[in-house]
Design a protein around this ligand. Structure first.
Ligand SMILES: CC(C)(COP(=O)(O)OP(=O)(O)OC[C@H]1O[C@@H](n2cnc3c(N)ncnc32)[C@H](O)[C@@H]1OP(=O)(O)O)[C@@H](O)C(=O)NCCC(=O)NCCS
Length: 324
């Protein structure tokens, strides 16, 4: 059976216009700009206005990624959307997106792995492309985290924001040598840590959407250890040294986590793409948002080795290695 490599053909992202600054947050809860910046690196977050949903953000990012790839919705035969904040319990954001983009071939569905969602979705799409089950995949991370926050809880509401990012993957016949494409993905989870980061509602339990709950300092400790482990594992499996990787595109949760991981693995901070200051934690959207920023500003170039990683509720965590 022919094996295919999933090449990154295009990337795009979208943030809603409305910006909520740290100053504004300090008029809503007992916090301050200096506390938020020192503990998290976050300066502001973007908030989707009333009536604008996850599918709307996903659509904007997807259209930009398709334009970047020089493709249209008609070319797409797989859509995998990573989200924890879908428009509806069903149908999936994936199928909503399929209809909006005029994609009529193949399959569309959602993946739910919270902040690791994009890495999970990328892994699913990569594996389907490798087996020849799809030729042109759209992988999206899209969230309206603002809809599941407790806006009276200063320990969580200052951290999150809304946004979307998308990547187009195309299947190319696998060859020898340094070909561009996804080189590997590594997924992990451990359900024993559910209580440290969860949403306290859902259709089958409370019949409500629920709100995000987190014991932040405990999540922090797991984050640095597990993220570092996923990075060394994926690099080791690919036979690549951490020092040989050109760019690190982490989940954007907290600047201190990014720096803690970089220190642990002796990675120069200039190689770590950080956008957390501008949009806070956008959960599954954050990896493609950061990736897109670095492509747009010319840092990530064709041929560069890029390592993506994330950790989220569950716990879930993982990494993906790609030659862009
Ligand atoms: C949430 C986080 C920023 C808190 O920073 P921290 O340095 O760990 O702070 P702590 O939780 O220990 O709290 C320290 C103090 O700040 C207070 N505090 C919490 N949020 C605050 C806020 N927004 N403004 C002001 N003070 C705040 C706490 O109440 C606590 O006060 P106390 O000492 O009087 O009890 C940090 O733990 C974090 O980023 N964790 C990981 C979160 C994450 O990445 N989650 C998503 C993974 S996908």
């Amino acid at each position: 059976m022919t094996e295919f490599t999933a090449r990154i053909a295009g990337i795009g992202s979208y943030l809603p216009e409305r910006i909520l600054t740290n100053e504004e947050m300090s008029s809503m809860v007992d916090t301050s700009d200096s506390w938020i910046r020192e503990r998290t690196g976050i300066r502001q977050r973007h908030i989707a206005p009333e009536g604008v949903t996850t599918a709307d953000l996903a659509e904007q990012a997807a259209r930009r990624a398709l334009d970047h790839a020089g493709l249209t919705g008609e070319d797409v035969d797989l859509i995998v959307v990573a989200t924890t904040t879908p428009d509806f319990t069903f149908p999936s954001v994936g199928t909503m997106l399929q209809a909006r983009l005029g994609a009529t071939k193949g399959a569309a569905f959602d993946v739910q792995a919270v902040c690791t969602g994009f890495v999970y979705a990328l892994s699913v799409a990569d594996n389907m492309i490798a087996r020849g089950q799809a030729k042109t995949a759209l992988v999206v991370g899209a969230e309206t985290m603002s809809r599941i926050l407790d806006w009276t809880d200063r320990t969580t509401c200052v951290l999150f924001g809304d946004g979307a990012g998308a990547m187009v993957l195309t299947g190319e016949e696998a060859g020898e040598g340094e070909q561009p494409g996804i080189l590997g993905t590594y997924l992990r989870s451990d359900g024993r840590f559910k209580d440290l980061l969860h949403v306290d509602g859902g259709p089958s339990s409370t019949g409500t959407v629920g709100q995000l709950r987190m014991i932040g300092n405990q999540v922090f400790r797991h984050a640095v250890t597990n993220i570092a482990e996923s990075m060394t594992t994926i690099a080791g499996r690919a036979g690549i040294g951490i020092a040989d990787i050109d760019w690190f595109v982490p989940h954007q949760a907290n600047q201190r986590i990014l720096e803690g991981v970089a220190r642990k693995l002796s990675i120069p901070t200039e190689k770590v793409i950080s956008t957390v200051a501008d949009h806070g934690n956008t959960s599954a959207a954050s990896v493609p948002l950061a990736f897109d920023r670095a492509v747009q500003d010319g840092r990530i170039k064709r041929g560069d080795l890029v390592l993506m990683e994330a950790l989220g509720g569950g716990f879930t965590w993982g990494a993906a290695l790609a030659r862009y």
